[in-house]
Write a protein that binds this ligand. Sequence first.
Ligand SMILES: Cc1ncc(COP(=O)(O)O)c(C=O)c1O
Length: 372
Amino acid sequence: MTNRIPLAVPDLRGNEGAYLSRCVQDNWVSSAGPFVTECEKQVAALAGRAHAVASVNGTTALQLAMVAAGVKPGDHVVVPDWTFAATANAAHHAGAIPVFADVTEDNWSLDPAVLEAILRDPPGRIAAVVVVHVLGHPADVDPLLALCEKAGVPLIEDAAGAIGARYKGRPVGGLGDLAIFSFNGNKTVTAGGGGMIVTNDEAQAKRLRAISAQARSGAEYQYDAIGFNYRMTNLNAGVLLAQIERLEEMVAAKRRIAATYDGAIAGRNDLRPTPRAPWGESACWLSSVRCGSQAEARSLVEHMAEHDIEARTFWRTLSDQAPYAHAPRRLTGVAAKLSGTVVSLPCSSSLTDEQQSRVIAALAKWPRKASR
Ligand SMILES: Cc1ncc(COP(=O)(O)O)c(C=O)c1O
C-alpha cells in the first residue's frame, strides 16, 4: 500500500458498479443503449442546451463540433496558444489549419484584442473560433461572442474540464454556438473515456449524431457523407451517469480543495493562485499554483515527488512545438510567460483533509524564492 498522493484520480463512490452490472445483465454494452440516451439528456440540461451528442472522448467531440460548425479542409480555426494539444489537434483532424492566438494576463483565456486582429487580417478563411475554459474557470465569453457574431464565425467552447462552472450565472457549455465536454479519467466527472457536444440547433444535433456513426442514411449500408465511428458506448455512459448523479458534490469538493490551497499560499511571493474572475464561478477542475519560472515549476514538482506527492507542470504553448512550428499565429507574449510555470496539485474530489494537509505542509517546505 503506497502512501503516495495522486494528482487527480476518478472518484467512483456512487452507482458506477451497479450501472456497469446492469449493462452486462441487459446486454447493452456497445454504442447504443439507455445510459447513452440518459447521459445526453442530463448533460444537455446541465449546459442549458436543447441537445447533446455523446462521443468517445473530448478530442473527437471537438472535431465533430468543428465539422458540424462548417469547418472544411483548408479552412482556419482560431485556438489559444496555451491549451491542451487536443484543441489544435482536433482542428487538424477536421482538415483545418489552427491559428494560434494569445491569451489574456488576467484570466489566461483567448484574448479578444488578439482575436479581433486575426479576424481583421486573417491568414485564410476563419471557419471557427475555439475558446477554452482553462482549469475549469470560465473564460470571458461575451467579448469573444460579439466579435464572432460580427464576423459571422461560430464560437465553440472547449469546456473539456469545466462542467459545473458558471459564467455570469449561466452554465459553461451554454454560451457559444456549440460546446464540448471531456469525461476523461482525470476530469471531475469521468466516463472512463468520453466526450459530449452540446448545441441548441436541432438539425446540427441530428447531423452530429449521424456523422459520429458513419453517416449511415438508411437501414441498409447506405451513406450520405464520409462519417466517423465516434459514438460513446453504453458501458462508458453507465459510469458517466453515476458520476453526473454526484456532480454537485464533486464540484463542491473541488472548490473547497482549491480555496484551501489558495488560503495556504496567500502572502507567498514565490507561488501565486490561479485567476478567479468576479463574473465566473470556477468548477475548479485542477487546483494549481503559478511559479515564477519553468525552472521553479520543475523544482516544485521534484520537491513534491520527494514527499510522495504527485504534482505536474500544466500546459506548455503549442505554437513553438514541432507539430505546429509553421502554423499561423498572433502572439503577445502572455502564453509564453505562462508556459510550463503552472503546477497542478493533488485535487481529486476524494482527497481527504489529512492528505491535503500533507500537501500543504510539503508546499510550506519548498524553498521560497523571491523571483518577482
Ligand atoms: C482543454 C482540453 N481540450 C480537449 C481535451 C481532450 O479531451 P479527451 O482527453 O477526452 O480527448 C482536454 C483533455 O484534457 C482538454 O484539457
